[in-house]
Structure formats: C-alpha cells, structure tokens
Design a protein around this ligand. Structure first.
Ligand SMILES: C[C@@]1(CC(=O)O)c2cc3[nH]c(cc4nc(cc5[nH]c(cc(n2)[C@H]1CCC(=O)O)[C@@](C)(CC(=O)O)[C@@H]5CCC(=O)O)C(CC(=O)O)=C4CCC(=O)O)c(CCC(=O)O)c3CC(=O)O
Ligand SMILES: NC(=O)C1=CN([C@@H]2O[C@H](COP(=O)(O)OP(=O)(O)OC[C@H]3O[C@@H](n4cnc5c(N)ncnc54)[C@H](O)[C@@H]3O)[C@@H](O)[C@H]2O)C=CC1
Length: 224
C-alpha cells in the first residue's frame, strides 16, 4: 500500500492505546517520546507499562475495551491480540473520525507506524508500506550505522545560523543560497572528527565572518 508520510504534533494531546502487551508498549514509548498524553486500556499489562503508570507517565484502565472509550482522543492504536476487539476499536475510531493504527490489519486502519531513528531533532522514519516491518527496522539500523550523533550536533549549528539569518536579513533568496551551501557542506564530518577550526572557517566562508561557534552561542568551541 502507498501511505502519506507526515509528522504529527501530539504534544499534550490525548492518545488511547487499546491493548497492553509487547506491541502496545512499543507504541506507548514512541508516543511518550513525542509528548502525548497516553491512556492504555487492557486487562493484562506488560511490566514496563505498569512501571510507567506507577511513575505517573501514562494513565491505565485495567479492563477490557468498551465502546465509547475513544471519546476525546486525537489518535488511537488498536493493539490487542484479539482481532475482533481490534476491529471494534477501528470501527469506533472511524465513526468518531479519529485516525487509528490497527496493528494486526493495516488495511483496516488509517495509518501505520514506521521504524524510527532519532538524532536530536533529526528524524528518519522508514516504512515498507506495511509489507515487511522487520525489513523497515533493518533499514533503520543500517542508516543508524552511518548517521550518528554528529548529525544532531550539525543540525543544532545549522538551526542557530538559520535563526540568525532569518532575524538579520529579510532577503529570502540570499538566505536560501547560504542555507543550501551550509547544508551541502561536510559539517557532520567535521563535528565527528572534532575539527572545530575547520568548521569555524567553513561557517565564516559561507555565512559571514561573525558566524563562529562562539558567536552562535555554543560557548566552548569544542562543545556544540
Ligand atoms: C503495518 C504495521 C502496523 C503498525 O504496527 O503500525 C505492522 C504490522 C505487523 N507487524 C507484524 C510483525 C512484526 N512487526 C515487527 C516490528 C515492527 N513493526 C513495526 C511497524 C508495523 N508493523 C507497521 C508497518 C511498518 C512498515 O511500513 O513496514 C515497526 C517498524 C514500528 C513499530 O512497531 O513501532 C516495528 C519495528 C520495531 C523496531 O523499532 O525495531 C516485528 C519484529 C519485532 O517484533 O521485533 C514483527 C515480527 C516479524 C515479522 O512478522 O516481520 C505483523 C504480523 C503479526 C503476526 O504475526 O500476527 C503485522 C500485521 C500485518 O502485517 O498484517
Ligand atoms: N504491528 C506490530 O508491530 C506487530 C503486531 N503483532 C500483532 O499484535 C498482536 C499483539 O501482540 P503482542 O502485543 O505481542 O501481544 P501480547 O499478548 O503481549 O498482548 C496482548 C494485549 O492485548 C490485551 N487485550 C486482549 N483483549 C483485550 C480487550 N478486550 N480489551 C483491551 N485489551 C485487550 C491483553 O490484555 C494484552 O495486554 C499479535 O497478536 C499480532 O497479531 C505482532 C507483532 C508485531
């Protein structure tokens, strides 16, 4: 199937996960990373989910799903091991117009979850259109071998320069050229080899002499 990849803002929004097993736990951890307010409904709960509830990080309803449970949610996961229950959850979500991930029957849902690699604010999401999820995870792991933490640091530097350019100059075409050249420059490689002199020279050459790490607020030159 062909899906539309998007990035959803769920910060502080209520999301319901029906089911409390291994798969539900994986979905809950991604939701918490994205700042959602998570409620889990399930009679039997994974140990880590119980711990998260004890720590006040998720809400629990330790009982079977009942029609009406999805009221007020902005997103739903039908994540039980009972296909009939998952189908009922999907039906209620569709009735209410809430997007739902049906973990045992992707064609019945409105979205599916990709395998995700995070490097700071850089997010790489891999999907096989529901075809072979384990392969999505393998491709994500392959990418993890080449895209390391240095990309998160390079992104922080680029973000600071972009903010500076946008406040300093309203000339969008000029900024676009600079940001294009900076994005193409080997900044992650320089961060990886901790070559901050070369990094400073590159920033100054492309973005102007006052664009040094120190001036951008990174304090010590060796710690972006
Ligand atoms: C459609 C989708 C819906 C959704 O869950 O959103 C879905 C559906 C199904 N998964 C199944 C099986 C497995 N899924 C995994 C793992 C992951 N599954 C994830 C996503 C998705 N799985 C969505 C499509 C993503 C895409 O586009 O490729 C990942 C990427 C992300 C995540 O879960 O957050 C996560 C990587 C975790 C990580 O980060 O490493 C493993 C491996 C493991 O568990 O270790 C297995 C066992 C091996 C195998 O079968 O391949 C089954 C058969 C169940 C059965 O046997 O009955 C179905 C149902 C069906 O295919 O019909
Ligand atoms: N999408 C994915 O990534 C994957 C999906 N699957 C599918 O997901 C299903 C679940 O897998 P696991 O989480 O490993 O199972 P699990 O056995 O660890 O957990 C099942 C959960 O469903 C809950 N449940 C059962 N009936 C319920 C009801 N009426 N209301 C609310 N909760 C209910 C149970 O209490 C339990 O918490 C599998 O049967 C399989 O079809 C399996 C592997 C990966």
């Amino acid at each position: 199937m062909t899906f539309l990849p998007i990035n959803l803002n769920v910060t502080g929004r209520p999301v319901t996960v029906v089911g409390g097993g291994r798969v539900a736990r994986r979905k809950c951890l991604s939701l918490l990373e994205a700042g959602a307010r998570v409620t889990v409904i399930a009679p039997r709960l994974d140990a880590q989910l119980l711990e998260l509830a004890n720590d006040g990080l998720i809400c629990l309803a330790q009982r079977p799903y009942a029609d009406g449970d999805l009221a007020g949610s902005v997103l739903v996961y039908a994540a039980t091991d009972d296909p009939a229950v998952n189908r009922a959850v999907a039906a209620e979500a569709h009735d209410r117009g809430i997007p739902v991930d049906v973990i045992d029957a992707p064609e019945r849902g409105s979205f599916i979850s990709p395998a995700v690699l995070r490097r700071g604010d850089l997010v790489i999401a891999v999907s096989t259109g529901g075809g072979v999820p384990g392969f999505a995870a393998r491709v994500r792991d392959d990418i993890a071998g080449t895209i390391g933490q240095e990309y998160a640091e390079a992104l922080l530097i680029l973000g600071a320069i972009r903010e500076k350019l946008l406040t300093a100059s309203k000339n969008a075409a000029y900024n676009k050229n600079i940001l294009h050249d900076l994005s193409a420059a080997p900044l992650p490689e320089m961060v990886r080899s901790r070559n901050f002199e070369e990094l400073d020279r590159t920033l100054a050459r492309i973005a102007g002499p006052d664009c040094t790490l120190e001036n951008l607020g990174f304090g010590r030159k060796d710690s972006p």
